[in-house]
Unconditional design. Structure first.
Length: 382
């Protein structure tokens, strides 16, 4: 088990309508902000409460709502130019992966004299970052508490990891009211991806007793959210349970690492602009079945936490029970169960495997893997 080295700087606030307090939090860090907003959220009541909170506290801001699709370098450069022209004091990010990555990148390189591609190619920003106030709208935020973020290199559509300064995010707000913008399919796939991240944290080579604690508690909470019968025995709403589980998973991922299904999903998202949660969900049961040969005891723990039938049998039976559970959830949600259903060719997916294979995050997987191993997983799910 890896040594625990845990540093966390953002204040974390979780609860209904807590996003409407953003004006108070922003006022503590400046008076002029860039609000990077997911276009899907523009007409939502919670978003109106956010802008009203800023206005009523005399916080100047302008809205950047161009984060459609992937967080590519062209989009980041456009946002960065606007931020510098406005001489902002910080960034507020309300949205999913693309919004959060654009916001983190703007904060990281705002004061740098070198261009963005210097850092995309591996250099680490040296200047102090702008403060970021983050409000994730998709349950989990995989890279919110890490010192690397995913960006898409517009020169070749390849996923790259941009190094950022520690402590860049100053405030993380998890508000379940933002999840109403998600469709049923989106909510189902993101929930399953969040479960996958919890499993990743448990089996990662970087796992510690601390990441285990976070992952196990997140699995317990997420299990309550996805089991209808269990929901009746707890006072929290499904959305609140998802917010709690997503927050814990985000922390667990920061002190361990995402797994191969997530890395493939992110790389496919970069190349083909397909929701990474959907790709991860399709790969998830096949990824679980890989554990029948190693770390099956860890998956048995997952099965017990989720209270799956067969969890107390052999470790191999527990692995099968977990895989079946995920497939049942995919079927109930009417999500695609095979990668071929997404109209991706094997040639396209081979490039995705190569992209994922070159990421430094490969060092945190449950076992040593190469791009060829990732492609084998893809072939099983195709």
């Amino acid at each position: 088990m890896a040594d625990l080295v845990f540093k966390i700087s953002p204040d974390i606030i979780l609860g209904s309508y807590c996003a409407s307090r953003i004006g108070t939090f922003a006022k503590e860090r400046g008076s002029r902000f860039m609000l990077i907003l997911d276009p899907v959220l523009k007409a939502q009541a919670t978003t109106n409460a956010i802008t009203e909170s800023l206005t009523s506290r005399d916080v100047e801001f302008f809205v950047f709502d161009e984060a459609y699709g992937t967080p590519d370098t062209e989009l980041i450069n456009r946002a960065l130019e606007l931020a510098r022209d406005a001489h902002i004091h910080g960034v507020i990010a309300v949205g999913g992966t693309a919004v959060q990555s654009v916001a983190q990148a703007v904060c990281a390189v705002y004061h740098e004299v070198h261009d963005l591609y210097t850092f995309v190619d591996g250099s680490k920003p040296m200047c102090a970052p702008l403060p970021l106030l983050s409000i994730p709208s998709t349950i989990r935020s995989i890279f919110l508490f890490t010192d690397t973020i995913p960006v898409v290199d517009s020169r070749n559509r390849q996923l790259r990891l941009l190094n950022i300064q520690s402590g860049l995010c100053r405030q993380a707000i998890f508000d379940p009211n933002l999840y109403v913008s998600l469709t049923d399919n989106q909510l189902s796939s993101i929930t399953l991806e969040t479960l996958c991240l919890a499993v990743d944290a448990l089996v990662s080579q970087k796992a510690t007793f601390f990441s285990d604690m976070l992952a196990e508690k997140s699995l317990e909470i997420l299990g309550q959210a996805v089991h209808p019968a269990t929901q009746m025995s707890v006072s929290a709403t499904r959305e609140m349970l998802l917010a709690q589980g997503g927050c814990l998973v985000s922390l667990a991922t920061a002190v361990s690492a995402p797994g191969p299904a997530v890395l493939i999903g992110l790389s496919a998202y970069a190349r083909h602009n397909i929701a990474h949660a959907l790709i991860t969900t399709i790969l998830f049961p096949y990824y679980i079945e890989c554990f029948s040969q190693y770390k099956a005891d860890r998956i048995q723990k997952v099965a017990r936490i989720l209270r799956l039938e067969g969890a107390d049998g052999s470790p191999e039976a527990a692995v099968a029970a977990c895989a079946d559970f995920i497939r049942q959830k995919i079927a109930v949600a009417k999500l695609p169960s095979r990668l071929k259903d997404l109209e991706l060719t094997m040639d396209q997916l081979s490039l995705v495997a190569e992209d994922a294979g070159q990421l430094d995050l490969m060092n945190g997987l449950s076992r040593s893997m190469t791009a060829d191993d990732l492609f084998e997983l893809i072939k099983k799910a195709y």
